[in-house]
Design a protein around this ligand. Structure first.
Ligand code: FE
Ligand code: FE
Length: 324
């Protein structure tokens, strides 16, 4: 039996997240349940269903210290974020206007649940005891949950559940939530590329899914706007509300704390990382925590400049990039 895996879902041929999210057009109709069952379940995930990777973690990643701590914190918080996405997006399944959108969001809910699972499972490979796994993730992520996840998920949920605006909620999730998180995910894949191939593969798999989430979410908004130009002011207002909310969240506190741990940790691996470039022309070892944080922000802006005009809302670029 041969299954033709489309390029964007093929483990070896899919573009990276930044390029894919800027270049690919995919619609909910294309990415239906049958597409997911063949292209993703039997394509992207072949041989990687349980762990999200097909390699091993080097023993030094299990040794206590800043490098391990950076990854444990990152995976724990991302596992909580993905689990929260499952809950939020379940409201999108309920609010979906037709079968195409329903099927697509059912697959996205499964994708996010899988992300949560593989991030969590990798913690076991880093030596977190199975019986303490959930407790430790919840404990270490309590502050992150309260200060970041609660407000952002409350916003996205209320747009679809309370305001009854499915399209608006898709825009919020695509532009404000995943649009902002995607560059951080891309950075993570590149950071861990050599240090822990398993973590990088897990990130790669999540990024392949993410390209689809961003592309389909964009199409849903773009198609709606083309049919209902009168929706534009409401859409812009939601982007503004979402961006304002991001501004109030102390995301930098959490990210920079992890980046500083990573900085300290990578210093012990100068030989391994000697020639490794985080992007062409920039050696990972020479970067600082702040520089990596700024880099992800710059990618967010680049992505907004490419994607928002494509979605039909060029005026939203400024709102995302400058905050006004
Ligand atoms: Fe995800
Ligand atoms: Fe996603």
């Amino acid at each position: 039996m041969t299954t033709d895996i489309p390029l964007e879902a093929d483990w070896d041929r899919a573009p990276n997240l930044l390029d894919g999210a800027q270049e690919l057009t995919l619609t909910a109709g294309q990415c239906d349940l049958a597409y997911w069952l063949s292209a993703v379940a039997q394509g992207t995930l072949r041989g990687r269903a349980r762990r999200g990777h097909a390699t091993t973690t080097p023993p030094y990643m299990r040794e206590p210290g800043p490098l391990r701590e950076a990854l444990v914190l990152e995976l724990g918080n991302r596992s909580l974020s993905e689990l929260r996405a499952v809950q939020v997006l379940s409201h999108y399944v309920i609010g979906a206007p037709g079968p195409a959108e329903t099927e697509f969001f059912v697959t996205q809910v499964v994708d996010e649940a899988r992300h949560s699972m593989v991030f969590r499972n990798h913690l076991l490979e880093l030596g977190v005891p199975a019986e303490r796994l959930h407790e430790q993730i919840a404990q270490e992520g309590a502050d992150y949950t309260k200060r970041i996840l609660d407000p952002i998920s409350e916003f996205a949920t209320s747009v679809v559940r309370d305001e009854g605006d499915f399209i608006g909620a898709v825009a919020v999730f695509t532009i404000v939530i995943e649009g902002v998180l995607a560059p951080a995910a891309e950075l993570s894949e590149r950071k861990w590329g050599l240090l822990d191939r398993a973590a990088a593969e897990i990130a790669r798999g999540a990024s392949i899914d993410e390209i689809r989430h961003l592309a389909v979410g964009s199409s849903i908004v773009r198609e709606h706007l083309a049919r209902h130009p009168e929706y534009r002011p409401r859409l812009i207002e939601l982007v503004r509300r979402g961006r304002r909310l991001w501004d109030e969240l102390p995301v930098d506190e959490f990210v920079l704390h992890r980046e500083h741990l990573f900085q300290e940790g990578m210093a012990a691996h100068t030989e391994l990382l000697a020639d490794y470039e985080v992007f062409p022309g920039r050696r990972l070892l020479e970067t600082t925590a702040e520089e990596r944080y700024d880099l992800a922000e710059r990618w967010t802006d680049d992505m907004a400049r490419a994607r928002l005009p494509e979605m039909g809302i060029p005026e939203a670029v400024d709102i995302i990039v400058t905050g006004h």
